[in-house]
Each structure stands twice: as C-alpha cells, then as structure tokens.
Design a protein around this ligand. Structure first.
Ligand code: FPP
Length: 262
C-alpha cells in the first residue's frame, strides 16, 4: 500500500492525511476482492523497517491501525471477512495488540475472504526466526512453511498468486520473500489512496493474461503439498516444494479468546 505520503504531499496535505485516505480506501477494495473470488488478501501496512520513520508518523500509524480494527472488525464480520494480523507482536503498542486479538477473535469464523494485515512484518526476520529454531537436520520445505506461518501468526495459506505494489516503485521491500517464489508481480503507478476497485479489477485481469509454468512447461501446475506436517527425507529438494493449502484448512495459530472489547 505504497504512495500515501506522496499522494498527500502532492495535495499540500500532511502525510498522515494520505494514510487516512488509504485506510478509507480499504473497504471498497475488500468488497471488490471478495466479489472477485479472491480468498486471501495480504495488505502490507507497516514493515519492520518502518519503525525508522519519524516518531509522530509511527505513532499516528499505530493509532490508525488500532482505530481501523476497532471500528471495522464488526463490519468485516458481517461481510464474511476474517481478519488476521501477521508479523511480530512483541513490539506493538499494548492498545493495538488488544485490538488485534479482539478483531481476530470476533471474525474467526468468517470464510469469504481472509484479510491479513502485515504490521511490523519482515520476511527476513520470519525466515531467520524459523531457521534459528531448526535444529540439526533442518526442515523439510512443508514443515518450514508451517513454521513460517506460525512465527508470523498466520494460518498456513496458499502462496500468493499475485503481488501488487502501488506507488510506482518496483521492489518487494522484505514482503513475503519465501512465499513469492512463483507469484506474479504487478507494479502500479497509482498511489494507494487512488487505488480502488477499478484498479484492482485491472490488475487481476492482467494476472489472467500471464502464463504461469512453475518451473515446468506450459500447463504445469504448482508442486503439490499433500500434508504440511509430513517430514520428507529430502529437505527442500525437488518435489518437496509447497503448493496450496486452502484458507482455514488448518489452524496454525490459536486465536486468543477475547469476548470483551478492547
Ligand atoms: C507506505 O506509503 C504506506 C505505509 C507505510 C502505511 C500504509 C498504511 C495505510 C494504507 C493505512 C491503512 C491501513 C490500515 C490497515 C488501516 P508511504 O508512506 O511510504 O508513501 P510514500 O512512498 O509516498 O512516502
């Protein structure tokens, strides 16, 4: 969700106004994603490197996330959207953490669309965390994948088919580095506050025109992964690569029971 700051600066507004407009944009994007049949949508809201921004901007963003979860979680539940926040949790402000756990709890049964908000997310940190706990033999690719989902507090979901970056930059910036091995990439010049349903439909149409081969020839499907908990003899070798695990097919992270509002 890049380009909020530039969008605001171009209009002589403070950067915070760009973030607010970005947040206001989300409702129509989520609705459109659900109607397009997208099952999992991961939104990169705050990278672990974003802590290096000025303190006022960081605090404003944390408060915006808290407010968003607090005010939108019930609406998400009514629309069949399940919310999950992926990334580190040990550095989040306490009030935001409470809002995260509450929003996850009250939307936990929804299955139309899984919306993952990446906050204090770093793909490198997640990979290193899993590797640090790997022990002598390392992991098979499926077990690695499951451990990776666990450290970022996510259900094990399919690899993303499509990654879209708004704001004109063409890089991944520490986002889903493992999971994006075969993702299609689209870089949109549109600043995030201007990115709406029309732009989403357009990038999905672009995705539909791509020919995917997953390392094989035309028509090759992604390598299958029948059992994420199965440990193979060949860690990370050919054929052990992960394929698809349906949303909600396996609960990796226990949602904290939280009946009271934050
Ligand atoms: C990057 O744009 C954007 C962010 C660091 C914040 C993303 C947050 C939102 C879109 C707010 C809504 C999100 C939720 C979950 C409520 P930038 O500030 O780097 O823009 P720039 O590249 O133009 O400076």
């Amino acid at each position: 969700m890049d380009g909020n700051g530039r969008w605001a600066e171009e209009r002589g507004l403070p950067r915070a106004a760009g973030h607010r407009h970005g947040a206001e944009n989300l409702g129509s994007i989520l609705e459109c994603a659900g109607s397009l049949g997208i099952q999992v949508l991961t939104l990169y809201a705050f990278s672990s490197d974003n802590w290096r921004r000025p303190r006022a901007e960081v605090e404003g963003l944390m408060e915006l996330f808290r407010h968003y979860l607090r005010s939108e979680a019930r609406r998400c539940r009514r629309r069949g959207l399940r919310l999950q926040v992926i990334g580190r949790r040990d550095r989040l402000p306490a009030a935001l953490l409470r809002a995260v756990e509450w929003a996850e709890w009250i939307t936990r049964r929804q299955r139309r669309l899984l919306v993952r908000l990446a906050i204090d997310y770093s793909a490198r940190w997640a990979i290193c965390s899993v590797a640090a706990g790997a022990g002598g033999d390392g992991f098979s690719a499926p077990a690695f994948r499951q451990a990776l989902a666990r450290v970022i507090h996510s259900d094990p979901v399919r690899d993303p088919d499509l990654i879209v970056r708004t704001g004109g930059e063409q890089r991944l910036s520490d986002f889903l580095l493992w999971e994006s091995a075969y993702s299609e990439l689209v870089f949109s010049p549109c600043m995030f506050p201007d990115f709406g349903p029309e732009q989403l439909r357009s990038v999905v149409a672009e995705f539909g025109r791509r020919r995917r081969r997953f390392g094989g020839l035309d028509g090759t499907a992604p390598a299958a992964e029948s059992d994420v908990s199965h440990r193979t003899d060949k860690p990370c070798g050919p054929g052990s690569n992960a394929g698809s695990i349906g949303v909600g097919s396996r609960q990796a992270v226990e949602t904290k029971r939280l009946d009271r509002e934050p």
